[in-house]
Write a protein that binds this ligand. Structure first.
Ligand SMILES: C[S@@+](CC[C@H](N)C(=O)[O-])C[C@H]1O[C@@H](n2cnc3c(N)ncnc32)[C@H](O)[C@@H]1O
Length: 443
């Protein structure tokens, strides 16, 4: 509960007013009042002023209380929340142009979490890791076996000495190598190549595989030409680059084109409206400095038989939407074997189709947890099911997960409180995020 809600509830109760009375005297709807008091939503400023007047409270104090609650809810679980608060204070006092942290301005490198990815847990990592830490003992290694963006793995690396990252997709693997691989890379050399790419005038470029297929569809024609040209150039330079340098450049390309793609965040379809040209200006990604990391690109069920860790974090796809089909453009860009493409969405032949997106998902999960050699299991589950869309229906039911996990050991389930959906844009009533933690028997 936020403290303004609690304060309003206590004040009303002290005045022996019923919610019904407040509704009659302010015309604020009963449900809205109840949600405000329970911290499920913030009152609007006019509502707050009406309540302050009715309860005869000091308006100034109530407004300060309300505003500070709103700020806290935005930054509380953000890694750089306090820094942001300080910068915000300076901006309010001295105007927007103030450069408080010149070093931040100079380093505008792209962070791992800034990618659009369905099911990304980037906003929930603090809650996931805090829950894992509270519920486990002696954990020094974690495997993120369906890592996706790897935001959970990155966050876990701040707490556990060894991290193993796995995902079946080619593009994800390149991204992990770029951000995490312990390998030599010459930053200056990579920056010079990026500067060269940014100096190219795309109007002077010829058509290429990427522009012929995706031009004026997933990207405007000029940027598509530039992306295809850069990708080909990278391939030609490959033998003069370390694996890390090559991965950093390729991952930087993916992260930057994600920001200009003519999509709603995946490549199942493109937006069928004329594309507004935004110049592609490449920025470098910011690799992490994690020491003890192992990277795999394998079917999770196969890998489970070969590795050991103290805890496995398990976040499989839960509906019929295949990630390899949603992100086929990045898969194609990374592999760069230029296959023929099919259909309106220009997809290549299917590859890396996941059993977790089929009716056999439950059996696959059972097999996975059976084979994992770990002391703990942490399994994410959510109900983003949209009843209008059959493809969003979960392939594994909550009860099935529960019974699979209980057969392995004592299992607790945690529900993420709505305050963790920090932007307030996600209505928590429609979005339940659960985390199961199982202490595996005999471990
Ligand atoms: C729900 S997403 C994980 C999201 C991730 N926790 C994050 O924060 O970004 C599921 C991921 O599992 C991967 N995947 C699906 N089936 C797989 C399999 N059999 N083995 C390994 N990875 C798989 C997908 O490519 C996808 O990235």
């Amino acid at each position: 509960m936020n403290s303004i809600g609690k304060f309003l509830k206590e004040t009303r109760e002290n005045l022996a007013l019923q919610l019904q009375d407040v509704q009659t005297r302010t015309e604020i709807d009963l449900t809205v009042l109840s949600r405000i008091e329970n911290g499920k939503r913030f009152p609007t400023k006019p509502q707050l002023l009406q309540l302050a007047q009715l309860y005869k409270c000091d308006k100034h104090k109530v407004l300060v209380h309300w505003l500070s609650d709103k700020v806290v809810s935005e930054i509380k679980y953000e890694e750089f929340g306090i820094e942001a608060l300080q910068v915000a204070e300076e901006k309010v006092l001295y105007g927007k142009s103030v450069t408080l942290f010149p070093e931040l301005k100079a380093d505008n490198a792209i962070q791992l979490e800034s990618r659009r990815y369905i099911g990304s847990k980037a906003k929930l990592t603090n809650w996931i890791i805090d829950t894992i830490k509270n519920e486990t003992k002696d954990v020094s290694s974690l495997i993120d076996i369906f890592a996706g963006t790897a935001s959970v793995a990155k966050s876990a690396s701040q707490h556990f000495p060894k991290i193993i990252i796995n995902d079946i997709l080619h593009a994800n693997n390149v991204i992990y190598n770029a951000f995490f691989k312990n390998d030599f890379w010459d930053k200056k050399k990579v920056e010079d190549i990026i500067d060269y790419y940014n100096s190219i005038n795309p109007t002077e470029l010829e058509e290429n595989y990427f522009s012929e297929n995706y031009g004026d569809k997933f990207f405007d024609k000029l940027n598509a030409k530039l992306i295809g040209y850069i990708r080909e150039d990278l391939e030609n330079r490959k033998e003069n680059l370390t694996d890390k340098e090559y991965s950093v450049l390729l991952a930087s390309l993916i992260y930057n084109i994600d920001k200009i793609a003519n999509t709603v965040g995946h490549f199942d379809a493109y937006i069928k409206k004329p594309i507004k040209y935004k110049q592609l200006n490449l920025r470098l990604i910011k690799p992490s400095e994690i020491q003890n990391v192992e990277i795999h690109q394998e079917n999770a069920n196969v890998l489970a038989k070969k590795i050991t860790a103290d805890i496995a974090y398990i976040d499989p796809p839960y509906n019929s939407r295949q990630y390899s089909r949603f992100y086929h453009v990045y898969e194609n860009l990374v592999k760069w074997d230029k296959p023929p493409l099919f259909g309106v969405a220009l997809k290549p032949q299917a590859e890396n189709m996941s059993v977790y997106c089929t009716v056999n998902a439950g059996r696959a999960l059972q097999d996975l947890v059976q084979n994992l050699n770990v002391k703990y299991l942490a399994v994410s589950y959510n109900n983003t099911y949209n009843s209008k869309s059959h493809s969003s229906e979960n392939k594994i039911k909550l009860e099935t997960i529960e019974s699979i996990l209980k057969s392995k050991g004592k299992t607790k389930v945690f529900e993420c409180s709505h305050r963790f959906f920090n932007t307030g844009k996600t209505e928590f009533d429609d979005h339940k995020e659960l985390l199961f933690i199982t202490k595996v028997n005999g471990k």
